[in-house]
Design a protein around this ligand. Structure first.
Ligand SMILES: Cc1ncc(C[n+]2csc(CCOP(=O)(O)OP(=O)(O)O)c2C)c(N)n1
Ligand SMILES: [Mg+2]
Length: 524
């Protein structure tokens, strides 16, 4: 079976497996082929985070191998995130040999396929060894079909040596076409709109459709907002039609969209909320439309018309079958944020403005610094597709390994630039072993640790939950973590900067490094 499995991997263009091995996986890797690469992560959540970043950067599937139940357990947080990110992953996990399964053997996985549910699109432990290769083919097609996402295969250890036939790879469509009748109505509504607005979600960038969205917005002089908590950059943030980021709060969204008579949500839920709210979900009287590639999202959307389609296919129709109107004018330009001032400790705004000034146009930001997100949106604008990645789930421990995966994926495609991992001090500690993999791979990554010695996002959130002014939530102060030592201990060059006068030169040193580098920035 091993040969049939590896042959199918080659047919699907897979040459990399992200993993952390155990006894139940050893038979899989015996005589590991020279044209395959095994990327070791020192904890399974790191393994899945790296695979997620790699799959997103390469726009393909990533292959993961985990140790039976316990490895899947460690990986679960980032499997949840991959599901929310709609990242195609084939996750295989070892299982004990079939002949000893009746005896609850050491390290076996009980109800193995239930463990990762509901955060995988499909989970299977094939009934016979001979069926594993068929299950693998199905796993690939399922992961890659819209909406993309992780799938799970539990493979008993003795199956790898069983005699099986080959499976021939097939071509299976990965796109969904839009409903022509519904799109015709949508085109007519857009043509008649006076003040259209487009809300762009991660699905636009995922689908490689940012240029198309720019054409449509320009054609209609439509204002564009980023969808709440969008995990990708789906519209260039310096473009004059870009109006900013919708917050994940119902009343604020409705207030912000109030001036528009036509609202089109593309590639995003309408809407992702973070706190309770009341009243309408959209401004009363507005004509609301949504295009998503996920039938589940379409089903729970509370207001308006939804069509399920790959975003780029629907955008092609909208561009070709609508016409702008001379009566429409571009929305007024946004005001620039205030110039940040130098201070000790440095503010997030000061640090991010400096990073914006020294980064190269080829660099890619992978962010997980929740308390800094809104400041980043003001001072570190992204230029569109493939320039920005964060997690759609809210689950910490993804950013650091994802930066490693993004750098590796971009290297595979021969793309220039570095991955810049913009990571909070708290977030970094969920998956600090990612530094080891970065060092092993010699990846072009600069980790910028935004060290404010606390879980700032939670402290800032406290008033929303009726904390008195000045009351600090328990468990949100993290003093005394030395990120330079943590990096050096894992083979990564590192430095700390705590003064505004040294900030730019320190950032430049980090960005000019050959391999991975960690800069700890002491900030307020
Ligand atoms: C796995 C996980 N555990 C806990 C949380 C709750 N949480 C949200 S933001 C946050 C603090 C993050 O701290 P840090 O990375 O230092 O960023 P800062 O808020 O200071 O910018 C925590 C613990 C979470 N989102 N995910
Ligand atoms: Mg912090």
């Amino acid at each position: 079976m091993r040969e049939a499995f590896i042959r199918l991997m080659r047919d699907f263009g897979i040459d990399t497996i992200f993993g952390n091995p155990g006894s139940t996986e050893l038979p899989m890797f015996r005589q590991f082929p020279a044209d395959m690469r095994y990327v070791l992560g020192l904890q399974e959540s790191v393994v899945v985070g790296m695979a997620d970043g790699y799959a997103q950067a390469t726009k393909g599937v990533a292959m993961v191998n985990l140790h039976s139940a316990v490895g899947v357990g460690h990986a679960m947080g980032n499997i949840f995130t991959a599901y929310k990110n709609q990242t195609p992953l084939i996750i295989t996990a070892g299982q004990q040999a079939r002949s000893i399964l009746p005896f609850d053997p050491y390290l076996f996985a009980m109800q193995s396929t239930d463990l990762p549910k509901p955060y995988v699109k499909w989970a299977c432990e094939p009934a016979r060894a001979a069926d594993v290769r068929l299950a693998f083919a199905r796993a690939y097609y399922t992961a890659m079909q819209a909406p993309r996402g992780p799938v799970f295969l539990s493979i008993p250890a003795d199956d790898w040596d069983a005699e099986t036939d080959w499976v021939v790879a097939r071509s299976v469509s990965q796109t969904l076409g839009p409903d022509p009748g519904l799109l015709e109505t949508l085109c007519a509504a857009l043509n008649h709109a006076k003040r259209p607005v487009i809300i762009a979600g991660a699905g636009v960038a995922r689908d490689g459709a940012v240029d198309r969205l720019v054409s449509l917005a320009e054609q209609h002089q439509a204002a564009v907002y980023a969808a709440p908590m969008s995990a990708r950059c789906s519209f260039p943030e310096r473009h004059t039609l870009f109006m900013g980021f919708l917050p994940p709060m119902r009343e604020k969204i409705v207030a912000q969209l109030q001036a528009h008579d036509f609202i089109l949500v593309l590639g995003a839920p309408a809407f992702t909320y973070h706190i309770e709210g009341g009243g309408p979900h959209m401004p009363i009287g507005a004509d609301c439309w949504q295009i998503v590639d996920d039938p589940n999202t379409a089903a729970w959307t509370p207001t308006g018309h939804t069509t399920v389609s790959s975003i780029h296919l629907a955008l092609d129709v909208l561009i070709n079958q609508t016409a702008g109107s001379p009566d429409r004018h571009a929305p007024p330009a946004r005001t620039a944020p205030p110039e940040p001032v130098a201070s000790v400790p440095m503010s997030a705004a000061f640090v991010l403005k400096a990073l914006d000034e020294v980064r190269s146009e080829h660099d890619v930001i992978v962010e997980e610094a929740p308390g800094t997100r809104t400041t980043m949106q003001q001072y570190l604008p992204m230029d569109g597709e493939d320039r920005f990645y964060t997690m759609a789930s809210g689950g910490l421990g993804w950013g650091m390994p994802a930066a490693v995966g993004v750098a590796l994926g971009r290297k595979k495609l021969g793309l220039p630039g570095r991955a810049i991992g913009l990571i909070g001090d708290g977030s970094a500690m969920y998956a600090i072993q990612a530094l080891y993999s970065a060092a092993e791979l010699g990846s072009p990554i600069t980790f910028v640790i935004m060290n404010n010695r606390r879980y700032a996002a939670l402290q800032e959130f406290a008033p929303v939950f009726d904390y008195a002014p000045g009351e600090t939530p328990v468990g949100t102060d993290l003093a005394g973590i030395d990120f330079v030592k943590l990096a050096e201990a894992q083979g990564i060059q590192a430095a700390r900067v705590d003064h505004p006068d040294q900030l730019k030169s320190s950032l430049l040193a980090g960005l000019d490094a050959e391999g991975p580098y960690l800069l700890e920035v002491v900030m307020s």
